[in-house]
Design a protein around this ligand. Structure first.
Ligand SMILES: Nc1ncnc2c1ncn2[C@@H]1O[C@H](COP(=O)(O)OP(=O)(O)O)[C@@H](O)[C@H]1O
Ligand SMILES: [Mg+2]
Length: 366
């Protein structure tokens, strides 16, 4: 942990009974609300849908569109501090809310992660951390140029609204340019050099209002169908990269004067070099293992950071493997819950849909 003096104007810790407003009513909002309640806070969920997993465990909810700035103002006036559980909230809603209550992470962090081009540029130019080669693609010629500049395959992505591998396509060579470009709509795209990684891992890190930083150990992530499948933490570190990865995480949090939990996704190369893939200004799917790892879980950590409480201990006492339960897999939850050292987290979603994250299971493996 590093510590810097308290910046002027920031509140001291919020007393129990204070209201935490959360934009977004999905599973991350639900688990944030549960952590907030454990600490004695009240929660208020804002979502465009009324019946959400988070609203069902919260004291209050507002169901209104994010564009309804009057509803946002009412919500913010009724909150002592505000956060969000997903990054595709219109920036106007965050700016409106911030007129009435502190919002963590702030609008700058959200804006940075809204757009992959802005994010990659911030990471390279401001945070000075390694990222894949990239360039903006507005015309087919940009993609052709990018391929020759990268000297290998590229991954073409939409700049905004991509998640779980949606909105991206691999471009192996000039022959794929036309179809790939057309498939993603042909504008507001970014091309990245394809990274021949040996594995993917993430760092979940938090920074509090005083500038203290606490990070969890490396979490190794395995994707299936471009979606996170399993996370294992603490991961082995055969190439001895943890120190570098944690230093990179600190640099990113500090460059944004960030407050809250952030998920940082890395590619690890065979020679031990690291490349930052993307950042998420929120609690992260690859941090769910913390709920049963014997440390402060990432949801409580985020609530601690935004309410001014000291950050909690991030050293796990167990090694945990987290597996997402996607679609019909949630039907196995009852059987899984009967197994030793196995903890089921059901998101209480009303409809099972293919590809939908319905829950996860944490298995203590050591
Ligand atoms: N430049 C790249 N090189 C190699 N693989 C990539 C690259 N970009 C993305 N991928 C693969 O696709 C996955 C999803 O991409 P990512 O940019 O993290 O988008 P999402 O927002 O969908 O998580 C990554 O976890 C990785 O497995
Ligand atoms: Mg990702």
């Amino acid at each position: 942990m590093t510590s810097t003096p308290l910046p002027p104007g920031l509140a001291s810790c919020l007393p129990a009974g204070s209201v935490i407003g959360i934009f977004g009513g999905g599973q991350l909002g639900k688990m944030l609300a549960e952590a907030a309640r454990r600490l004695g806070y009240r929660t208020h969920i804002y979502d465009s849908i009324a019946d959400t997993p988070a609203a069902r465990v919260s004291d209050q909810h507002t169901d209104a569109p994010y564009e309804d700035l009057e509803a946002v103002a009412r919500f913010a006036k009724a909150s002592d501090v505000i956060s969000y559980e997903f990054e595709n909230i219109p920036i106007t809603a965050i700016q409106q809310a911030a007129k009435f209550a502190p919002v963590f992470p702030d609008a700058k962090a959200l804006e940075t992660s809204h757009d992959r081009l802005v994010e990659k540029t911030f990471l390279r130019e401001t945070a000075h951390v390694p990222v894949a080669a990239f360039r903006a693609v507005e015309a087919m010629a940009d993609l052709t140029e990018a391929l020759s500049a990268f000297g290998g395959p590229a991954v073409l992505k939409t700049r905004r609204f991509g998640y779980d591998g949606k909105g991206q396509v691999k471009i192996d060579g000039p022959r794929d340019v036309k179809a790939g470009f057309a498939r993603l709509g042909g504008a507001d795209l970014i091309a990245e050099g394809f990274v021949p990684f040996v594995r993917e891992f993430s760092i979940i890190a938090a920074r509090d209002q005083h500038g203290n930083i606490a990070a969890y150990p490396l979490t190794e992530n395995v994707h299936k169908d471009h979606r996170l499948h399993t996370s294992l933490a603490p991961a082995d570190d055969p190439r001895n990269v943890a120190g570098t990865a944690h230093a990179i995480a600190e640099r990113i949090l500090e460059a944004l004067s960030y407050v809250g939990v952030m998920g940082i996704e890395f590619f690890e190369l065979a020679n031990g070099d690291l490349i930052v893939n993307e950042i998420a200004p929120r609690v992260h799917n690859s941090g769910h293992w913390t709920q049963n790892g014997g440390c402060t879980d990432q949801f409580e950590q985020h609530i601690r950071a935004i309410t001014g409480l000291p950050l909690g201990n991030t050293t796990p006492t167990h090694r945990v493997e987290m597996t997402n339960l996607i679609g019909d897999e949630i039907k196995q939850a009852g059987e899984l819950a009967k197994q030793a050292n196995t903890f089921v987290h059901d998101y209480d979603k009303r409809d099972i849909r293919p590809g939908r994250k319905m829950g996860h299971v944490n298995r203590i493996v050591e």
